[in-house]
Design a protein. Structure first.
Length: 169
């Protein structure tokens, strides 16, 4: 190994260490609790002991699940649309459903972003069969003004009159 290779290796090593430190500072720190040294087992735990983070996990998990299902459905529909062995009628129907699902996904994210900009801590929106379901994070029951505000946002974006609103902590 010559001097140039040694400098490159040391530089890469320093960059890896910097990336690890930066990742630890930006994300929740990762603690490795070593068990007894003789057993060779260790426990990895993430520092997520906050009550707030466990309560907001519902919203994060619900969004993640919804997004995964939407992506999977969109992929299935895309496969049907691209398959030449499927009849034209079925491909047209799949294309219609694909467009509808893509638009609904777009509307959901717009509604959630708009509600957050209006001061709501978190929100989940799902659109199915011309019905919109909105779950807003809050401790108290929504006032009539807040309910009207949410309905106006939904009607303005999704152009759907049927709106169901819930609150969840």
């Amino acid at each position: 190994m010559n001097k140039k290779q040694a400098v490159i290796i040391c530089t890469l090593l320093a960059l890896i260490v910097c990336a690890g430190v930066l990742a630890t500072k930006l994300n929740s720190p990762l603690y490795v609790n070593g068990g007894e040294t003789g057993t060779g087992s260790s426990t990895v735990s993430f520092n997520n002991n906050d009550k707030k983070s466990s309560k907001s996990q519902f919203f994060d998990e619900a969004k993640l699940t919804r997004d995964q299902k939407s992506a999977q459905t969109l992929q299935t529909l895309k496969t049907l649309i691209d398959d030449k062995n499927v009849s034209k009628e079925n491909r047209d129907e799949a294309a219609k459903k694909y467009t509808e699902l893509a638009m609904n996904t777009n509307y959901e994210s717009k509604i959630e972003a708009t509600l957050k900009s209006k001061g709501y801590e978190d929100a989940i929106c799902s659109i199915e069969d011309n019905k919109v379901r909105v779950i807003v994070k809050g401790k108290d029951k929504l006032t009539d003004k807040e309910t009207r505000e949410i309905k106006n946002v939904v009607i303005g974006i999704a152009k759907t009159q049927e709106v169901e609103i819930e609150t969840k902590q």
